[in-house]
Write a protein that binds this ligand. Structure first.
Ligand SMILES: O=C(CO)[C@@H](O)[C@H](O)COP(=O)(O)O
Ligand SMILES: [Fe+2]
Length: 218
């Protein structure tokens, strides 16, 4: 059960100290948006490289960009330890996952809420994690979509059949009142932005979310 706080909800003027505030987390989730795949713009390679040099926890990069086939491996080279790209944007997901791994990072694929998992099940042979989005990608602070739990369970079951250590991540609206159903459905990596950085103590929020997830492990 791993917690990956999203720095999208952090103070962008103080990212180094915001990363230090979540030093007890398992990952730091970095949302990369390009104004094309999603209607928002955040940060790119130079910032990821700078964060990788100072972060106390490994970077979990979530690419919400067009043409990830071209860019994904560069995020691994920039220092991200996990790189997730959207299947909706990739034309060669197998090649892209292999390039990420060849650059030394874990590779993962993400599915938007409207995207079925079945057509992509074969990708389990190429990835270390599947991200099931529980909001429409683009912004933090949105409402959790409980209807995605069926997909989480479906991915978990496919991973069980496939074998190996493939993680199932959820991202969007994950908080103390929604994390239990995610854990019960089979998720084991939990992204939380507002629930961590909006709390009085980010470290306490990380610990609390981890406890809740552990108690409701699949
Ligand atoms: O990828 C995204 C949004 O597109 C997320 O990583 C959000 O940053 C999560 O924020 P909260 O919903 O937890 O506030
Ligand atoms: Fe994300």
């Amino acid at each position: 059960m791993q917690i990956s706080p999203s720095i999208l909800a952090a103070d962008f003027a103080n990212l180094q100290s915001e990363l230090e505030a979540i030093a007890t987390a398992d990952w730091a989730h970095v949302d990369v948006m390009d104004y094309h795949f999603v209607p928002n713009l955040t940060l790119g390679l130079p910032v990821v490289e700078a964060l990788a040099a100072v972060t106390p926890v490994p970077l979990d990069c979530h690419l919400m960009i067009e043409d990830p086939d071209r860019w994904a491996a560069s995020y691994a080279e920039a220092g991200a330890r996990s790189v997730t790209f959207h299947v909706e944007a990739a034309t060669d997901p197998v090649g892209t996952a292999r390039a990420i791994r060849a650059a030394g990072a874990r590779a993962a694929v993400a599915l938007k809420p409207g995207t079925e998992f079945a057509p992509y099940e074969h990708l389990l042979a190429e990835v270390d994690m599947v991200l099931v989005m529980t909001v429409e990608p683009g912004f933090g602070g949105q409402s959790f979509m409980a209807d995605q739990m069926a997909k989480v369970a479906q991915v978990r079951e496919a991973v069980r059949r496939h074998g190996g250590e493939i993680w199932v991540q959820v991202d969007g609206g994950v908080a103390a009142d929604t994390i239990e159903q995610c854990a019960q459905a089979g998720a084991d990596v939990f992204v939380a932005g507002s629930a961590v950085y909006g709390a009085e103590s980010a470290a306490d929020a990380v610990g609390h979310l981890r406890d809740l997830a552990r108690r409701h492990a699949h």
